[in-house]
Write a protein that binds this ligand. Structure first.
Ligand code: SF4
Length: 371
């Protein structure tokens, strides 16, 4: 196991009993009632249990958990008593998975889809956000969240009613927006600027896009969806993952997006995450950033011309040309982010996003520390 920046899973974190599912974690007595989830009081040691009263039905004594959380964080208890901190006030990003179903089968999917109905995840996610009550951006991912159709629209309404300070960033393949009526329903919920949709377009060649997302006809629906979203004012962050199949046309995708889609606020180019099916298909997909540096530079030129910023996600700075490093952001979520030993005295460590912890093994890329 590698040391991640923020540990989020705690095994055996219970004291004789625990609920199963989403819970609100308490370190002190709350000022206001919060009945959206079961509450679990966390103590750092038995000597600290003086304040114990009955506002929580459950309690645990666990110093590691106590030190890792803030009062009011949201966790998930598995049946065997492992606790995962899902929404954390200390985290650099928080994301909730609202479904494992999807109408794409991307060759690099980090969360390979399942077929079973799992709409309880959507309901519990709305309650988790309501319980968390934080003025923060929360990522919503899947699977494909918009497969819920009208139920997803209701989810947006619930979040805005129950936790008005929360903003949402929704990862979607955008195909649902090819239905203009549906895109228009969602657009009505976007006026307050509290929601943005991350939509990937991998190629201008429909065969290549459809091959990468494992679904014939996906390109046409996604492009139509992006056009509808743009015309109706749904805010979009466009995403591109370079692979061996599409790295030579990155700058053309950027130019096309700037010319054709009217509500793209950012284009994110994302280094492949070595997990799920991406790990399985690594040899046929992964291409090192050094091989497409010139394409990245052209992307920046095209983005600047079109007035859309180009941002580079998931790149260790030492694997990027010096001129590109200013576009890289620390994008890896802290619970899956690590810095190998060699990074210890690198002069760029503070600005650098490091590596995915899942890159250990055959997908590891050696850090080249910069002194
Ligand atoms: S050596 Fe480590 S900290 Fe330095 S740039 Fe590379 S990955 Fe980042």
């Amino acid at each position: 196991m590698v040391d991640v920046v923020r540990k989020d899973i705690f095994k055996g974190a219970s004291d004789g009993g625990h609920p199963v599912g989403y819970v609100l974690l308490r370190k002190c007595a709350p000022d206001e009632r919060n009945d959206y989830l079961e509450q679990v009081r966390v103590f750092s040691g038995v000597d600290d249990m003086r304040g114990w009263d009955d506002y929580c039905s459950w309690r645990i004594v666990d110093k590691q958990v106590f030190d890792a959380i803030e009062d009011g964080d949201v966790g998930f208890y598995t049946r065997n008593g492992a606790l995962r901190v899902l929404l954390s006030r200390k985290a650099n990003h928080n994301t909730l998975l609202v479904t494992e179903r999807c109408d794409n089968l991307c060759l690099f999917c980090s969360q390979p889809p399942k077929k079973e109905e799992d709409d309880w995840l959507l309901v519990q996610s709305a309650l988790a956000i309501a319980a968390f009550q934080a003025p923060m951006l929360i990522g919503i991912s899947g699977g494909e969240p918009l497969l819920y159709g009208q139920r997803f629209v209701k989810f947006i309404d619930s979040v805005s009613e129950l936790s008005p300070a929360t903003s949402l960033h929704v990862l979607t393949n955008g195909r649902a927006f090819s239905d203009k009526d549906y895109a228009s329903e969602v657009a009505k919920r976007c006026a307050d600027g509290k929601i943005c949709f991350g939509i990937p377009l991998y190629s201008l060649n429909s065969d290549i896009h459809d091959h990468l997302v494992g679904s014939e006809g996906a390109f046409h629906e996604t492009v139509k969806g992006l056009i509808n979203a743009g015309n109706l004012g749904v805010p979009v962050e466009l995403r591109i993952i370079p692979t061996k199949k599409n790295f030579s046309e990155l700058s053309s995708v950027v130019e096309f997006a700037c010319r054709v889609f009217s509500s793209v606020s950012q284009i994110s180019i994302m280094n492949l995450e070595p997990t799920g099916w991406a790990k399985l298909n690594w040899g046929t997909l992964y291409v090192s950033p050094e091989s497409y540096s010139s394409e990245l530079r052209k992307c920046i030129v095209n983005g600047d011309k079109g007035g859309v910023p180009i941002v580079l996600y998931n790149y260790p700075l030492c694997h990027l040309d010096e001129g590109l490093r200013g576009r890289a952001v620390k994008s890896i979520s802290d619970w899956k982010n690590y810095y190998p030993e060699e990074c210890g005295d690198c002069s760029l460590k503070k600005q650098c996003g490091g590596f995915f912890s899942s890159s250990k093994g055959r997908t590891h890329h050696k850090p080249r520390k910069i002194l």
